[in-house]
Ligand binder design. Structure first.
Ligand SMILES: [Cu+2]
Length: 301
């Protein structure tokens, strides 16, 4: 009887369905080995988490460009890259007049560009994790850090088209352990961690504007070694300086990601693991400390 019942029971148990390995649709994995982005062509809209592995020997970031609707890769390559490339070359040859004449050839449509986010500066060998919200559309993302000869990484091939599809990401907006705000009025504000650990930081863009380097404010996390001068870091944050935003990052400073330029009212998140030491949040603009766009903090033992 017992045996029979067991058999019956066994028969009634439906065969276990084959386990479906469904990878979530919101993890965007991006790698740089040299001067390129290995990245997906299409991602869902909504919240996506970008994990950016910098396996190269140079510092990089990811800035997402949102151009007017008529701009395709063709216009980007034929109208935008040449004047930037020529301008920066002339600048490093010391021919400033010719440099500005070249920058003057930048097409008018470029002025309407908005930047809906991206991954902050990340030093060689490091990985950055940033969560962003994107609407469906066509974007191009790039890195315009400069090679040691001054040429923009973008001109060396560090850009990629990205289609954000109508398909919705299954990721909900993250929750933050620490909330930071950034604005042109008050700079970078908010409470920061002081104990070692892994944290999610949110960055709220209260406003946005174009600074003297033609870019907006953003938030980059940097670890600072002892016996370094913050003035060196500040100077490096301005690409218009010949020794700014250029490979290598000054000794003693290690970039650990962040949230790249966003429009007013937008919010991004980044995940960081903090060991004891000195850190700063800094914007990629000229003289950030004068606008409170440089905020230092310390993680205790
Ligand atoms: Cu780069």
């Amino acid at each position: 009887m017992l045996t029979h019942s067991c058999k019956t029971e066994k028969k009634e148990i439906p065969a276990e369905p084959e386990k479906e390995v469904v990878k979530n649709n919101y993890e965007v994995d991006i790698t740089t080995e040299n001067m390129e982005f290995f990245a997906p062509d299409t991602i869902p809209s909504g919240w996506t988490t970008w994990t950016y592995h910098n396996k190269s020997t140079q510092p990089h970031f990811i800035l997402i460009d949102d151009y007017i609707d008529t701009i395709t890769m063709k216009e980007f390559k034929e109208q935008l890259l040449p004047p930037f490339g020529e301008g920066i070359s002339k600048m490093y040859e010391g021919k400033n007049e010719e440099a500005f004449a070249a920058f003057d050839k930048i097409p008018e449509w470029y002025a309407s560009t908005t930047w809906p986010g991206g991954v902050g500066l990340i030093s060689p060998g490091k990985t950055a994790v940033t969560t962003l919200f994107l609407d469906p559309g066509f974007y191009i993302f790039e890195c315009y850090v400069k090679m040691s000869n001054g040429m923009f990484h973008t001109n060396m091939g560090m850009y990629k088209a990205l289609i954000v599809s109508e398909e919705k990401s299954t990721l909900s907006e993250p929750t933050a352990d620490y909330e930071i705000s950034i604005s042109s009025e008050a700079g970078i504000t908010g409470t920061l961690p002081d104990k070692p650990g892994t944290y999610v930081l949110s960055v709220s863009y209260i406003d946005q504007k174009k600074y003297d380097n033609f870019q907006g404010h953003d938030v980059n996390l940097v670890k600072i070694a002892e016996d370094t001068e913050l003035a060196v870091l500040e100077n490096w944050m301005n690409w218009l300086n010949l020794d700014g935003l250029i490979d290598p990052v000054p000794e003693g400073f290690t970039f650990l990601g962040g949230v790249n330029d966003m429009p007013a009212g937008h919010k991004g998140y980044f995940k960081v693991t903090l060991d004891p030491g000195k850190y700063a949040l800094i914007s990629e603009v000229p003289k950030p400390s004068e606008m409170n766009l440089l905020k230092t903090f310390e993680i205790s033992e």
